[in-house]
Write a protein that binds this ligand. Sequence first.
Ligand code: MSP
Length: 516
Amino acid sequence: MNNRYYITTPIYYVNDAPHIGHAYTTLACDVIARFMRLDGREVMFLTGTDEHGQKVEKAAANAGVAPQAFTDKVSQNFRSLAQRMKYSHDDFIRTTEPRHIKASQALWKAIEASGNIYLGAYEGWYSVRDEAFFAEEELVPGPGGKKRAPTGADVEWVKEPSYFFKLSAWQEPLLRYYEQNPLAIQPDSRRNEIVSFISGGLRDLSISRTSFKWGIPVPGAPEHIMYVWLDVLANYLTAIGYPDTDSPTFKRFWPADVHVVGKDIVRFHAVYWPAFLMAAGLEPPRRVFAHGWWTVEGEKMSKSLGNAIDPNVLVDRFGLDALRYFLLREVPFGNDGDFSQAAMIQRINSDLANDLGNLCQRSLSMIQSYFAGVLPKPEHLSDRDKTLLEQASMLHQTVAASVSRQALNDALQEIWRVVSDANRYVDSEKPWTVRKTDAVRAGTVLYVLAETVRQIALLLQAFIPDSAGRILDQLVVPADQRTFAARSSQLVSGVTLPKPEGIFPRYVTEETGAAK
Ligand code: MSP
């Protein structure tokens, strides 16, 4: 088995205040990174901030400060969010760091040395908000007869000397790459979009600007600064030591296993990026996975609508694990989703409080009250006992397959199928009645339940780490027995379990008035 795993988030524009859309991308990567670590892989999980470009330069000017001072201040918002969300990233990169300036200039030189860069002049439409060039035919009509980018952003006419990347030369190699590696862009719908975009013909790409200053100077031509997407994409190489391609870290982690990105930035990652890499003699990433967008109560989230949801507020109100669970369970990863407090409360109450919370609480409480907290010894195992135990121990295999496809919502559904089976098992085995006539049988049932909960909690550590950790604490599972490799060892009968505490509170909604 390949024992390393390199996963990245997009790095965030510092000028925006972080909202749940940003929190979502990193959260999904965090789950995958934690899962892979628990599964014994050596993981590199990278996130950070994108700090150059015209958009940031303008935002700094509006704030009346120098761009560096501006980015030093606002990038802190993303670092604070990362702390609050307890992301397990191994590195937080900022594109204004010297290591990144060095790496992106080295990437430029490698592309140049291969004959893929030439000097020309750019004349055309540019959208500062998207930091992207658009062809005339891509523009859409906007208010007042003005043309707009397909994303709805304003465009301006730009005319300046510029270096170009020979993207047109990479059309065939890219198509070949995607034909040979059909999973290199996921989901399939995104791959089809990108393949048809490439098949439609690629124009050479303007990769330097001269009309503003806030960026990385082009090596040997400092009056030009590098196009911000070439600068920022290079971050994925910087963090593993580029340009030192002989270093053990670089050799170990490149190519990246997956770049997780939002659907709006697939073209940069799945067309420009692999072409830059191939031109520089480097392998393209193994996969680009594009997730969907969150709307809020049916509306696009935006500063101007004032409806952007601050993840900090949700963590304060519902707790971090509830937010993690909701965002990953509510929509299949790859689809769009709509955020509403009512939907979140509904999920928390039904899946966390009712299904998982009840399973843990009643199993552990019965051990407490019928066996004075001492984990009973299983005696003769019935077919039903064996079936449930087997389902629980097989769960790792199905969940691991889903996580490696980034199908996080499938993974949670698979886990919850066993949670439901275990709840049905308690209902039909009725240990509260059986114990009056057959304490040994009741003890066996409770052991089977505790063991099932252990298997479930082991896997859930990747998704809801604090809560899963507390469940394992209540089962007295030692710290060194919490990796997935330990799933084959079993709970030890005779151990005294602490008095169980409820882990998932229920919430009252105004609409339902459901009991707390
Ligand atoms: N700086 C670039 C990325 C460079 S990566 C080499 C960028 N930054 S961003 O801050 O605008 O967006 C970062 C990520 O947040 C993107 O993946 C984007 O899709 C995601 N989201 C922003 N708003 C979102 C929602 N409303 N919903 C889900 N994700 C969203 O693009």
